[in-house]
Design a protein around this ligand. Structure first.
Ligand SMILES: O=C([C@H](O)CO)[C@H](O)[C@H](O)COP(=O)(O)O
Length: 211
């Protein structure tokens, strides 16, 4: 199980400093969507150069122009690019084709996707590498959590890797890790923690206890 650190609302220098501190516990560094808006592909390139031994995910949340947009991140060093599960299969196929040209992978973000079992089947048939259960920031504010959708994903997903995101913290990691997703994604649970290093260390420890 890998730990993905989502960097969403930090400036580039602060994000680099934070990542330096927690890097021992992190497997994948996510250049979050707000970070992509702020810094563009410069952030992806900078993090790949500074942390060449880590995998980098560009959280582009692509909705159209799948091949073209995913290639923007792949050509500057992204190992994973996200596309939205609610978009057209043509867009998702374009992302998959671009990723495979670079020997990399696509993560399909299932945020707001209706009928998860049906969409999981379709996306696996398309060849999606990973499917991400995701309760977004606005939904979290309304009290939603990703645990039930993770159970549905674990039951129906046969070939793709599973990631999960949505307000996960050191306190809640054990219940998510128990369902054994391939990737646990944590943003504010580390970046907004009083002590980010302690939070990252605790999260990684809980994940290792669930192996
Ligand atoms: O994808 C995300 C969100 O839509 C903002 O772009 C976050 O990176 C993801 O939800 C993880 O962050 P937390 O929910 O704060 O753990």
């Amino acid at each position: 199980m890998k730990l993905q650190l989502a960097l969403d609302d930090l400036a580039l220098d602060d994000a680099l400093k934070l990542t330096e501190k927690v890097q021992d516990y992190i497997d994948i560094i996510e250049i979050g969507t707000p970070f992509v808006y702020q810094e563009g592909m410069r952030a992806v390139k900078t993090f790949k150069e500074r942390f060449p031994e880590k995998e980098i995910l560009a959280d582009m949340k692509i909705m159209d122009a799948g091949y073209y947009e995913s290639e923007e991140a792949l050509k500057v060093g992204a190992d994973y690019v996200t596309v939205l599960g609610v978009t057209d299969n043509l867009t998702i196929k374009g992302c998959i084709d671009a990723a495979e040209k670079y020997g990399k992978e696509i993560v399909v973000d299932m945020i707001c996707a209706p009928d998860l079992p049906r969409r999981i089947r379709e996306l696996e048939n398309l060849g999606a590498h990973s499917l991400a259960v995701h309760v977004g920031t606005d939904q979290q504010a309304a009290g939603r959590k990703p645990i039930d959708d993770l159970r549905v994903m674990a039951e129906h997903c046969k070939a793709a890797k599973i990631s999960v995101a949505g307000g996960i913290s050191a306190d809640t990691t054990p219940e998510y890790a128990a369902l054994k997703p391939e990737v646990l994604i944590v943003g504010s649970g580390i970046t907004h923690a009083k002590n980010p290093v302690k939070a990252a260390k605790e999260i990684k420890k809980s994940m290792e206890e669930c192996k």
